[in-house]
Design a protein around this ligand. Structure first.
Ligand code: ADP
Ligand code: MG
Length: 241
């Protein structure tokens, strides 16, 4: 697998406060990488840098061996809250990016149906976000992010606002979505169990300023259950955090 994105010695300061120090790692095409670390260690800052919303104070981000100024174009983000357009129906929300780039109506309609099916939401296309539960809204946000078929999906604690049971279901569904789409996913979380259930590799950050403590490969089959295999990894990661 080739590297889709590579960070080279990325550091970030807010004023004179160092938030991230010399972050180096690569993500391969099709890989699911979790960025795991305690609150305040700079995970969201790192994700915002990857998304192109923030310019790092120093270092480089190289996307598919191209110039670093392409960052942001082919990357979609899902945040902790769905941030849907409240005045648009589910259908309109999901097709937003497709409309912006001028796809034909038939193409958009087919893609919206396909995506709503993928996220388990067929039949709600004419509802408005306020009529949906938090979990459903987050599914719409995932469908909207996937619609333009980005190379990379960035997720910042996307299930953090959901209750424990729903969160588990969404984790399982995300594993499924990933299997079907083959997307490259970079997923931020402070939840050790979540990272072990989802990731091919986990980038473990230290407390602020975030530095890489260790990068581990989780070689467990999917679907992963909360069993001995998973908890062995959880125990190992707890020793690091
Ligand atoms: P995490 O997502 O891991 O909880 P953040 O990246 O949100 O961490 O924040 C890392 C540190 O940077 C925290 O101390 C936070 O207060 C600080 N910080 C985040 N955003 C800003 C900002 N826009 N201006 C100044 N400080 C910030
Ligand atoms: Mg955060």
């Amino acid at each position: 697998m080739s590297d889709l994105i590579r960070l080279k010695s990325v550091s970030h300061y807010y004023g004179n406060q160092c938030t991230l120090r010399e972050i180096d790692f690569s993500v391969a095409d099709g890989e699911f990488v979790c960025i795991l670390g305690p609150s305040g260690c700079g995970k969201s800052t790192l994700l915002n840098i990857l998304a192109g919303f923030l310019t790092p104070s120093s270092g480089q981000i190289i996307l598919s061996a191209r110039n670093d100024d392409v960052v942001g174009h082919d990357i979609k983000v899902v945040m902790q809250n769905a941030h849907l357009f409240p005045w648009l129906t589910v259908h309109r929300n999901v097709e937003f990016g497709l409309r912006m780039r001028g796809d034909a109506k038939e193409t958009r309609d087919a893609r919206v149906m396909e995506l709503l099916h993928l996220v388990g939401l067929s039949g709600v296309e004419s509802k408005y976000p306020a009529q949906l539960s938090g979990g459903m809204q987050q599914r719409v946000a995932i469908a909207r992010a996937l619609a333009p078929d980005p190379s990379i999906l960035l997720m910042d604690e996307p299930f953090g606002a959901l209750d424990a049971q729903l969160r588990r279901r969404m984790q399982a569904e995300l594993v499924q979505i990933r299997a079907v789409t083959g997307k490259t996913i970079i997923f931020v979380t402070h939840d050790i169990v979540e990272s072990v259930l989802l990731a091919d590799r986990i980038v473990v950050l230290t407390t602020a300023p975030g530095q890489i403590k260790k990068i581990v490969s989780v070689d467990l089959e999917h679907p992963r259950e909360r069993n001995r295999g998973v908890y062995d990894w959880v125990f190992e990661l707890e020793q690091l955090l």
